[in-house]
Design a protein around this ligand. Structure first.
Ligand code: TPP
Length: 327
C-alpha cells in the first residue's frame, strides 16, 4: 500500500493505542514498502532543499532517515495537530546538524506543509539550520552543539517519572557525537536512575565531519580520514558496561527497526535504559554519497541533483534545476 503523500501525510492509516488506556489515536500503520517510499521522498526533500538553500547537511540526514521515518510513522505517540500534547513521546535529535532530515519527516507527518522547506536556513524561518524549539512547534529540544541531547533526554525521562507520566523519551545520537564527554555523564545518570523510559538510538554510520589523523599524513592541512574515533570499538559493549540494555540492528531494515522500537519501549525488567546500536550508511539512498565523508555537508551540482531525483523519486519530475525549478 502506498502512502498518501498528496495530503501531506495527514490521511495516514490510524490505529487506537490501547496501552494508553484511552481512545487516543496516536500511531500509524505502515508496511515496509510504505516506509521505504516515505524515506526516499524525505531524502529527496533533503537534497532538493540543500540545493535551494545552497547550504545544509546531506550525509547525516540520509543515514538516519529509515530510523526516523519508522519512528515518526509507526512508533511515536504524538499528535501532529496538537504538537504540545503533554503526554506525547519526546524526541531529541541530538545530532542537530541533521535538522533538515527531521524537518522533512515532520512535514511528511503533517506538522507543517512541505512547501515550508523552501524557507530552510533563511533568517526568520522556523526551519533553522539547527533545530530551534522556540520557533517550531513539534520540536522538543534545541540542539546543534553536539553532546547535549542525551542529558536533555535524561531530564525528560526523569521528569516523566516524577510527574507520573507514561510517555517514552527517544534521543538520536551520532557516532562521532559520542566523543563528547557530556554524553557519558548522561549515560551514567540514566543508569543511576534506572530510566527504563529512555531510549538512545545511535546512528552508527562510521563517519563524521573530520576524524583521526590519516595513516599517512599527506600534507600539513590533512584533517584526517573522517572515520569516527569509535571505529573498531564495540560501542555496544561500552554501553553495556555502563549498565545499559543494548540492542543491535541494521538501521535500514524496517522490520528490524520496528522490532527494536517495540522492545525498547517495553521496560527492561532489570531497570536498564536502552540503546539501539543502528548500523547505517552515511549518505544512504544516494549512490554518489553513500559512505563518502565529503557528503557530510555539501551543496550538490545540478547534475548531482538530477541524479538524486532519478534515484530517489524517479516518478516525480517536480524539481529540475536546469528547467528553472528553483523558487
Ligand atoms: C560541540 C560541537 N563540536 C563540533 C561540531 C561541528 N560538527 C557538526 S557535525 C560534526 C560531525 C558529527 O559526526 P556524527 O555525530 O558522526 O554525525 P553524522 O555522521 O551522523 O552526521 C561536527 C564535528 C558541533 N556541531 N558541535
Amino acid at each position: 500500500m502506498s502512502p498518501d503523500l498528496s495530503t501531506n501525510g495527514r490521511s495516514v492509516h490510524l490505529t487506537k493505542n490501547a496501552s494508553l488506556g484511552n481512545e487516543e489515536i496516536v500511531t500509524t500503520e505502515k508496511t515496509a514498502e510504505d516506509l521505504h517510499t516515505l524515506a526516499q521522498r524525505a531524502r529527496w526533500e533533503v537534497i532538493k532543499t540543500v540545493d535551494r538553500a545552497k547550504a545544509g547537511h546531506i550525509g547525516g540526514p540520509l543515514s538516519m532517515m529509515d530510523l526516523l521515518i519508522s519512528l515518526y510513522f509507526t512508533e511515536l505517540r504524538i499528535r501532529p495537530e496538537e504538537p504540545g500534547w503533554p503526554e506525547r513521546d519526546r524526541f531529541v535529535l541530538s545530532k542537530g546538524h541533521a535538522a533538515l532530515g527531521l524537518y522533512a519527516v515532520l512535514a511528511l507527518r503533517g506538522y507543517f506543509d512541505l512547501d515550508e522547506l523552501a524557507t530552510f536556513d533563511q533568517g526568520g524561518s522556523r526551519l533553522q539550520g539547527h533545530p530551534d524549539v522556540t520557533r517550531l512547534p513539534g520540536l522538543d529540544a534545541s540542539t546543534g552543539s553536539l553532546g547535549q541531547g542525551l542529558s536533555f533526554g535524561v531530564g525528560a525521562a526523569l521528569g516523566a517519572r516524577l510527574n507520573g507520566q507514561q510517555f517514552h523519551t527517544w534521543v538520536l545520537l551520532g557516532d562521532g557525537e559520542i566523543q563528547e564527554g557530556m554524553i557519558w555523564e548522561a549515560v551514567q545518570v540514566a543508569t543511576r536512575y534506572r530510566l527504563t523510559n529512555l531510549t538512545a538510538i545511535l546512528d552508527r554510520n562510521g563517519l563524521q565531519q573530520f576524524g583521526l589523523p590519516s595513516d599517512e599524513q599527506t600534507s600539513a592541512t590533512d584533517r584526517g580520514n573522517r572515520r569516527d574515533p569509535w571505529s573498531g570499538v564495540d560501542v555496544g559493549a561500552v554501553f553495556a558496561a555502563f549498565g545499559w540494555r543494548v540492542l543491535a540492528l541494521d538501521g535500514h531494515d524496517y522490520e528490524a527497526i520496528g522490532e527494536a522500537y517495540r522492545q525498547a519501549r517495553t521496560p527492561d525488567p532489570d531497570g536498564r535504559p536502552t540503546v539501539l546500536i543502528a548500523q547505517t550508511v552515511k549518505g544512504k539512498g544516494l549512490s554518489l554519497a553513500e559512505g563518502t565523508y565529503t557528503w557530510h555537508s555539501t551543496v550538490p551540482t545540478t547534475e548531482q541533483v538530477d541524479q538524486a531525483r532519478s534515484e530517489l523519486v524517479p516518478d516525480r519530475p517536480d524539481h529540475h534545476p536546469t528547467a528553472g525549478g528553483r523558487p
